[in-house]
Design a protein. Structure first.
Length: 298
């Protein structure tokens, strides 16, 4: 018999491994424009999530989210942010920037801390400040040494960080929330795909049956990790779940270096070392606070 904790660990690990391996999926569709891939991802996610929500009988949550006047505007904001994040991620993968994409998701937890401080009045202690300073130093070192701002990494980190912030304010469960977000984006995405059909430039049918199946399966690979993540979140402590989030960027980094032969020179190594140092400080601070909280409770 599988305990709730073990179920949570398996589910959380599965979710972050899937997200970490996602570059392989999008890389297979390199011949198709990133914007078209994004639109397929939105439309097929919408349809797949409709089936999942129907099977779980969670339409009341969807209706409640759509009827909330304040929530409607927040859902439009979250839809826009996740659309930007998905597009930049797909574009970066298909244009040989897997390593830089991984950097963005390493930075993201520290961006979340900073956004919480700015918008949610969360307290920023010295350790968290030092962690953010390390990440900033890493980015600035890259800019000074290479003369190039890591816009992909920063866009991914900030867009996903703002998305998380908006979703936190909304307080809508992940599956119903994502369904409404894809519902908001589907008319635009579907319209774009229809336009490409009429123009005769649609990717489906032009790159073989494998590419067609992958495009149609975009909804499954988008939604499935989220389902596993939700199971993990229900059965694990937030601290434990937080430790899993570094699986994804680590897998992306390894894929970029060893599978796709992207350059990882001294400048990138030093930049990542700054980021990893910041993450180590952040994890140590989180564990320390968790330990003190547990002592107070006991």
């Amino acid at each position: 018999m599988i305990t709730n904790t073990r179920k949570g660990l398996i589910s959380a690990a599965s979710a972050f491994i899937m997200w970490g391996l996602l570059p392989i999926y999008w890389k297979t569709l390199t011949g198709i424009p990133p914007l078209e891939i994004l639109c397929h991802r939105i439309v097929w996610s919408f349809l797949f999530l409709a089936i999942v929500i129907s099977s779980k009988k969670r339409w009341t949550e969807v209706i409640a989210a759509m009827q909330d006047k304040k929530g409607k505007y927040l859902l439009i904001a979250s839809s826009s942010l996740i659309g930007i994040n998905w597009y930049v991620f797909i574009w970066s993968i298909n244009n040989n920037h897997v390593v830089e994409a991984s950097l963005g998701y390493y930075i993201n937890p520290l961006v979340n801390v900073l956004l919480g401080f700015i918008f949610m009045n969360d307290k920023l202690n010295k350790m968290q400040g030092a962690a953010i300073a390390c990440a900033f130093a890493g980015v600035m070192y890259s800019v000074i040494d290479l003369g190039k701002f890591p816009y992909i990494a920063i866009t991914l980190a900030i867009s996903f960080g703002l998305y998380g912030l908006v979703r936190k304010i909304m307080k809508v469960e992940s599956l119903p929330g994502l369904f409404v977000e894809t519902a908001v984006l589907t008319p635009i995405a579907g319209g774009y795909l229809l336009w490409r059909v009429f123009q005769g430039t649609i990717g489906i049918g032009k790159f073989g049956i494998e590419a067609d199946i992958l495009l149609l399966g975009a909804g499954v690979v988008t939604s499935l990790p989220l389902i596993f993540f939700a199971i993990g979140a229900r059965n694990l402590k937030l601290m434990t779940l937080g430790m899993f989030q570094y699986i994804s960027p680590t897998l992306m980094l390894l894929l970029g270096i060893f599978m796709y032969d992207e350059p990882f020179n001294q400048t990138r190594l030093i930049t990542f070392c700054f980021i990893w140092t910041g993450i180590a400080i952040y994890i140590f601070d989180s564990l320390y606070k968790h330990k003190n909280k547990t002592k107070r409770i006991s």
